[in-house]
Design a protein around this ligand. Structure first.
Ligand code: HEC
Length: 221
């Protein structure tokens, strides 16, 4: 083999290697990566489920440990612990039970989750996205923290609409297509930090539920 040929073979295996690396870089997201992205952006469970310090900043080592209080004229809500702690969190819930809580607002014992958890928005999460969120929740550090119960001066609905068993995208109807973009469009409903607390609670209250004392609702919902 000539020196020239060896050199050009070496060069081409090098460029093959670079090509492989490039291919790796564009590989599909894992469910955990997708879940991390969703949690850190639009689904923002931590806005309510992570307790805050005196300056209103999330307490880093208490991620999703609950106990954050939101007071509104018709409720005093306390976010529960949703870390994988088996005793005080959701460590004993199955994946399906967590999915049901997020999309249908139902706990494993059949009770309904009250506001301000924005079930009306989370109902539109695709199977793949909601399961990506569960994948993320499984990786959170378990924290023992028993939280107080929320109290409501209004009756909670029996349920938030027809039970969502598969993705309920009103636009594409595709069973597995992520349609987080749809949620993203209505982002104002869950970006509560940018909205006065009470108007957000009113905005996320589903239309079928008893009027909660305000006419503010997301446009076009
Ligand atoms: C705007 C605030 C808010 C956001 C955002 C929110 N939640 Fe909640 N969540 C609550 C409150 C408050 C409760 C308790 C309501 C009650 O007491 O009925 C609750 C209840 C729950 C429960 C029931 C736990 C139990 O032990 O009863 C689960 C599970 C849950 N949330 C998961 C999530 C997940 C996952 C997300 C993100 C996808 C999320 N929540 C986003 C406020 C929120």
């Amino acid at each position: 083999m000539t020196a020239g040929l060896t050199r050009s073979l070496r060069a081409s295996s090098l460029s093959l290697g670079v090509l492989c690396l490039a291919t790796l870089a564009v590989r599909a997201e894992t469910p955990l990566e997708r879940g991390t992205y969703l949690m850190q952006s639009i689904v923002a469970c931590g806005n309510c489920h992570t307790p805050k310090d005196g300056d209103g900043k999330p307490i880093a080592d208490r991620e999703l440990a609950g106990g954050f209080v939101i007071d509104a004229p018709v409720f005093h809500s306390v976010s529960p612990n949703i870390t994988p702690d088996k005793e005080t969190g959701i460590g004993n819930w199955t994946d399906d039970q967590i999915v049901d809580a997020i999309r249908n607002g139902k706990r494993p014992d059949g009770t309904i989750i009250g506001p301000p958890m924005p079930i009306a928005y989370y109902r539109n999460l695709s199977d793949s996205d909601v399961r990506a969120i569960v994948a993320y929740l499984r990786t959170v550090k378990p924290i023992k923290n028993k939280t107080e119960k929320s109290t409501y001066k209004i009756p909670l609905p029996a349920q938030y609409g027809p039970t969502v068993r598969s993705p309920a995208c009103p636009i594409c109807r595709a069973p597995t297509k992520p349609h987080t973009a749809d949620i993203s469009r209505r982002r104002s409903g869950i970006a509560w930090t940018a909205t006065p607390r009470w108007s957000m609670a009113a905005a996320i209250w589903p239309k079928s539920a008893p009027a909660a004392g305000s006419s503010r609702r997301p446009a076009g919902d």
